[in-house]
Design a protein around this ligand. Sequence first.
Ligand SMILES: Cc1cc2nc3c(=O)[nH]c(=O)nc-3n(C[C@H](O)[C@H](O)[C@H](O)COP(=O)(O)OP(=O)(O)OC[C@H]3O[C@@H](n4cnc5c(N)ncnc54)[C@H](O)[C@@H]3O)c2cc1C
Length: 440
Amino acid sequence: MTATGTHAVVLGAGIAGLLAARVLSEFCSRVTILDRDELDDGVHRGVPQGRHLHGLLDRGRAVMEELYPGCTADLVRRGANTAEVLAETRWYVGGARLTPTSTGLTSVIVTRPLLEAVLRERTRELPNVELRERITVQNLIGDSRSIAGVAVTGALGPEVVAADLVVDASGRGSRIMEWLRTIGAQPPEEECLEVDLGYASRYYRHRDGQLGGQASVIISTGRNGRGGGAVHVEGDRWLVTLAGMLGDHPPADHEGFHSYAASISAPDIHEIVTGSEPLDDPVRYRFRTSVRRRFDRLPAVPAGLIVLGDGQCAFNPLYAQGMTVAALQAVALRETLRAGLDPVLVPGQFYATAAEPVALAWRLAASSDLSHPGVTGPRTLRTRLTNAYVARAHRAAHHDPQVARTFMRVAHLVEPPAALAHPATAGRILLGGQSWPPRM
Ligand SMILES: Cc1cc2nc3c(=O)[nH]c(=O)nc-3n(C[C@H](O)[C@H](O)[C@H](O)COP(=O)(O)OP(=O)(O)OC[C@H]3O[C@@H](n4cnc5c(N)ncnc54)[C@H](O)[C@@H]3O)c2cc1C
């Protein structure tokens, strides 16, 4: 049921902005998405990370499927692959392969631009949603108590877009902290974890039979902080992404890219890059710091303003959580709006509802980052005990299908971490994860 006359404006047509607009379309009579880019030329300049491997966790896929029924089938029709997460793909964690087993989870193996294009087309089809391209948001209109719209520039010059609700989904580069200061509102505190991660990605021609016919391999960063993935995406291509932490970044030249691939703890990616024809040059991306903005802790937030997606919390990309958390924030927005569309109440209720999935993903990522000795951050007793337990879980998951299954369901945010502490699983982890020294 939409509230007559309500207009929501969404800043940014990335994954978070599209999902938020889809939810808002159920409650507002009009939704306008503003994006500074031209979006249909296949190169989304405002999303440079789109050139790199984007894994979609099963929880995020399920939410997208709920919001856009049939979107997985749309993706497959346009060349994406799907696979059972452990039975049909290869995962190396803690230095060895997780034992292949059925998990009940599906991987959609697709490039970020195709995923975004399908969600964008479906969002554009909604009768009360308009997507305006080449519009750059410059500022919020309003004061510390309430927001009435945004000031923008576009081809026709400056303009004010009035709104009952403004949703900032303009990503990691959002200028929200500066915008809040400009209107005299208190910006949230920021929690940061520096990982100085580097990515380099390149497309290769896919040939039948490579990787034993499987569509993807992910090798998590081992002791040397190096890892990567190779995924069989649309257009019969491998998208190969190499990753290195703490400044040890993969190079972008042909020789360097291949020798970096050879230095990863399992040979699968190196075999793919040496056995396939490269289709372009490697492209790099540097991600220095995970940032979580604690809007949920602000004593007062301006009415009519919500910040979500990477602008609220930008996760270390290694754990593939960003798009799924954006999806869970869209679910939180839907729950909030079901209770009413009062612009004074909506922001606080949204941040309270969204806090749990954001906190869970942040905790999982941060404790994994802190298992690398070079990452600086608070290693509480809890973090150290958790990491010791998780290392055991990895070792058990190398040979125990039940542990491997539970581990993947937790990593895909389908089950809570407590599932790994369930007595039946904990016994298997404590007994089965004892091998020493750990295999790396
Ligand atoms: C290298 C890398 C790899 C990643 N890998 C994964 C992965 O494997 N799995 C996963 O789930 N997530 C991954 N992520 C995270 C994922 O990309 C984001 O979490 C997800 O896209 C949600 O981002 P967003 O929609 O908030 O912002 P974005 O996707 O960055 O979109 C922001 C949009 O806002 C627009 N915009 C910005 N400023 C303005 C303005 N002033 N006016 C108008 N428009 C504006 C931009 O043009 C853009 O369209 C990765 C991130 C990086 C950096």
